[in-house]
Write a protein that binds this ligand. Structure first.
Ligand code: HEC
Ligand code: HEC
Length: 307
């Protein structure tokens, strides 16, 4: 359908177009006929420039024929294509059908490639150079806005190549993350805990990654941690991949490891969301992406990347 605001405009454009083309024909014809056959060409009445004067001759035949051709071409074009808007054209061509054809063509071309990878396990695909190149392009299209072109993420968006995993960093774990998404829920403790309790437990979190803080406060915080936080982050603070609760001992931070940020995290909570991509790009492409992420993590993540 046409995208003009009201169908009246479509007719306005269509009529204007046809009338203009007919007008072109009329102008051409009027200028091609000698007004007074047999008579010598007359001079135009208007001015003379440096001794040059203009005869009132018809246009040269070859010249006007070219013009006729363009006009007939226009009519042919408007007959075949939807140039008039009110008439879809004999070919029924639309940009939408063009798009659909291209998608069909791309599917026919690329689906067999993805289907072949889908039959192999992620590790095997990760060792395939061609697959990794395809994965890199998919990553540039679907993932960089959150995880960055270098895969190193930013605040709230995890670094995928540091060897530290919120969720399982196994090939299957990564694929599961991309397929179904993840929802990390760190509850807010601003009401459940008093301000000085939060300060103390934050000091304890600092001490977990071996950083200087107040030893007394950390000691007090340890009790709160065991009581309130250990259920998710583990008694030793090393986290729990089933919940996406980060390891708090490795000095790698999703939101930030300064005292102020840790206090903010504990007070207000956090809700990191990794969107599901199963329906968006289909499981076959997710499979190749998982292989790409796994391969990159192996390459850049060092020995700790090994699950
Ligand atoms: C219900 C489980 C749960 C409990 C209880 C919990 N956390 Fe968390 N915590 C999480 C999850 C999940 C995340 C990651 C949130 C995300 O991915 O957005 C997180 C994130 C954090 C972070 C941010 C880490 C980073 O890398 O930036 C800190 C710090 C933290 N928690 C400290 C605590 C402390 C201290 C307590 C106790 C007062 C606590 N958590 C209690 C689940 C929990
Ligand atoms: C809208 C932003 C967004 C997009 C787009 C996105 N992600 Fe994520 N991703 C996240 C967030 C946020 C998390 C962390 C979730 C949490 O805090 O629990 C995450 C987590 C992950 C993890 C788990 C990391 C770990 O440490 O366990 C992987 C793997 C991942 N994403 C891969 C991808 C891939 C591959 C794509 C592209 C198909 C992608 N992501 C697209 C936001 C995004």
């Amino acid at each position: 359908m046409n995208q003009l605001l009201s169908p009246g405009w479509a007719w306005y454009v269509a009529i204007l177009t046809v009338v203009s083309l007919l007008g072109c024909l009329w102008v051409l014809r009027a200028n091609s006929i000698k007004k007074d056959p047999g008579a010598d060409a007359k001079l135009h009445g208007h001015n003379e420039w440096d001794g040059l004067r203009e005869y009132d001759n018809p246009l040269p035949r070859w010249w006007s024929n070219l013009f006729y051709l363009t006009v007939f071409f226009s009519f042919g074009y408007l007959l075949l294509y939807p140039g008039l808007v009110v008439f879809p054209g004999l070919l029924n061509w639309t940009t939408e059908s063009l798009y659909k054809d291209e998608v069909k063509q791309a599917k026919a071309e690329f689906d067999p490639i993805f289907d072949a990878y889908a039959k192999q396990d992620v590790k095997t695909v990760a060792a395939d150079k061609g697959a990794v190149q395809i994965g890199a392009r998919l990553f540039q299209t679907y993932c960089v806005q959150c995880h960055g072109t270098d895969m190193r993420g930013s605040k709230g968006f995890p670094n995928l190549v540091d060897g530290d995993w919120l969720y399982a960093g196994t090939p299957e774990g990564i694929e599961e993350t991309i397929l179904n998404g993840r929802n990390g829920v760190m509850p807010p403790f601003g009401e459940a805990l008093k301000a000085d309790q939060i300060q103390d437990v934050a000091q304890y979190v600092l001490s977990l990654s071996g950083r200087a803080g107040s030893a007394d406060a950390a000691k007090r915080g340890e009790a709160t941690f065991k009581e309130t936080c250990a259920a998710c982050h583990g008694a030793d603070g090393r986290g729990n991949q089933a919940l996406g609760a980060p390891n708090l001992t490795d000095n790698i931070w999703l939101y930030g490891g300064s005292l102020a940020t840790i206090v903010e995290t504990i007070t207000k909570g956090r809700q990191g969301q990794m969107p599901a991509h199963k329906d968006l790009i289909g499981p076959a492409r997710v499979h190749v992406l998982a292989a790409y992420v796994y391969a990159q993590a192996q390459e850049h993540g060092g020995p700790s990347a090994k699950p």
